[in-house]
Every structure is written in structure tokens, then in C-alpha cells.
Design a protein around this ligand. Structure first.
Ligand code: AP5
Length: 204
């Protein structure tokens, strides 16, 4: 089962993907995580990508499609995968169609008003990668988790990311709607409720 989790920054793609991979036993492929790993390792690609990411801009298509193409060849993707944060432009979606077949696109719908608060309050555990929110989903023990904040989770960068989402990424939703593969899900509810609905949709 090849799935795309679609939605604006902070819609809960990562949060939901981490639950779904346990249920369906397929990997989460987050282009954001792959790029952040490259930044942490200070590779040339990572340093180049950082310039775009910190400003809230998209990394050029030719860089990202190459990363995804390589990742999808790995053994753990042979029974399916959950794409989180890819494709983000119509060019990326067209590329994906050339190399694989997508079964379902799940679009998490969250209004812009909620996004800024979600993103500026997001913290990630350095130890486990688990995603928290200082208000909505705080960890039991903050020190134990070694929480970090992403460099692009500033208010200025989030506003830019939302602008870019509307301009460059929303057309991808129209692209998949035409193919009748899209299900829109209300992403404003409790995360567990959303996970339950996603499992039902994908289980069918
Ligand atoms: P990426 O890492 O993909 O970031 P994003 O798409 O902006 O999405 P986020 O990770 O910010 O949000 P999310 O939807 O995963 O939400 P989360 O579950 O964490 O990309 C980062 C950058 O990399 C891009 O800007 C770009 O530069 C580059 N990039 C990546 N892919 C690219 C591509 N394909 N092409 C070009 N460039 C690319 O949740 C957010 C917060 O909300 C958390 O605190 C969470 O606890 C909370 N939360 C989650 N669900 C709920 C809920 N239901 N109720 C209340 N709070 C919730």
C-alpha cells in the first residue's frame, strides 16, 4: 500500500505517520526528515538545503526527487510506504507517477489559523524522534526526552511556508483529486481520533 500523507505544514502528517507505520508495518518516508539528517551530518546536500529550509522555502525539485527515488529502492519499501511531505509540487507528483503507483492520498485539512500555534509550539525528542507540543501534547518528563525545536519553526518561517504551500503545493491536491485517489480528513480533532479514521480508510 503506497500512501501519501498530504497537508500544510503542521497539519499532523508526521504525528499520524508515526502511528500508521506501527499498524501497517510500512516505513514513513519524510523528505523533511531526510533533509534534516543531511543537515545534521553537514553533507554538501544538507548545507545547500538548509539555505532554503531556514527561510521556509522549498528545496529545488531536482534535489528532492533524487532523494526519494533512491529511498524507494530500499528493501523496506517493497511492501509499501507512507510519503510524508512529498510530493510538494506538481513536478514532483509527475515524477512520482513515473516511478511508482500511489494507492491513496490522505489530505489532512487544518486551517492556517491553527498552524502557527502548532508549529511554534512543536518540540521533537532528540532521543526517540517523537513529536510533542508544549501545550497540546507535552512529554511526561521534558528533561528525559531532550527536546529540540526545529530551525524553521519560527513564526516568520511558518508564514513563508504557508504562503509557499498555497502557491506551490495546493495544486498537487488538485492533481490527485482528478485521479480520484484523494480522501480529505478533518485534521483539527484529537490526534487519536484522526488516527482511528485513517486506519479505517486505509484498512478498506
Ligand atoms: P517538513 O519536515 O516536511 O515540514 P512540513 O511539511 O512543513 O510539515 P511539518 O513537519 O512542519 O508538520 P507535520 O504536518 O508533520 O505536523 P506534525 O505532526 O509535526 O519540511 C520542512 C522543510 O523541508 C520544507 O519547508 C522544505 O524546505 C523542505 N522540504 C521537505 N520536503 C520537501 C519537498 N518534497 N520538496 C521541497 N522541499 C521540501 O505536527 C505539528 C505540531 O502540531 C506538533 O507539535 C504536534 O504535536 C501538533 N499536533 C499534531 N496533530 C495535532 C492535533 N490533531 N491537534 C493538536 N496538535 C497537533
Amino acid at each position: 500500500m503506497n500512501i501519501i500523507l498530504f497537508g500544510p505544514p503542521g497539519a499532523g502528517k508526521g504525528t499520524q505517520a508515526k502511528e500508521l507505520i506501527k499498524v501497517f508495518n510500512i516505513p514513513q518516508i519524510s523528505t523533511g526528515d531526510i533533509l534534516r539528517e543531511a543537515i545534521a551530518k553537514k553533507t554538501n546536500l544538507g548545507m545547500e538545503a538548509k539555505k532554503y529550509m531556514d527561510l521556509g522555502n522549498l528545496v529545488p525539485d531536482e534535489v528532492v526527487v533524487g532523494l526519494v527515488e533512491e529511498r524507494l529502492k530500499e528493501a523496506d519499501c517493497q511492501n509499501g510506504y507512507i510519503l510524508d511531505g512529498f510530493p510538494r509540487t506538481v513536478t514532483q507528483a509527475e515524477f512520482l507517477d513515473k516511478i511508482t503507483n500511489i494507492d491513496k492520498v490522505i489530505a489532512l485539512n487544518v486551517p492556517n489559523g491553527e498552524i502557527v500555534e502548532r508549529i511554534t509550539g512543536r518540540r521533537t525528542s532528540k532521543k526517540t524522534g517523537k513529536i510533542y507540543h508544549i501545550k497540546y501534547n507535552p512529554p511526561v518528563d521534558e528533561n528525559e526526552e531532550d527536546l529540540i525545536q526545529r530551525d524553521d519553526d519560527t513564526e516568520v518561517a511558518v508564514i513563508k511556508r504557508l504562503e509557499n504551500y498555497d502557491k506551490q503545493t495546493l495544486p498537487v491536491l488538485a492533481y490527485y483529486k482528478k485521479k480520484n485517489k484523494t480522501v480529505i480528513v478533518d485534521g483539527t480533532r484529537n490526534p487519536m481520533e484522526i488516527t482511528k479514521e485513517l486506519i479505517e480508510i486505509l484498512g478498506n
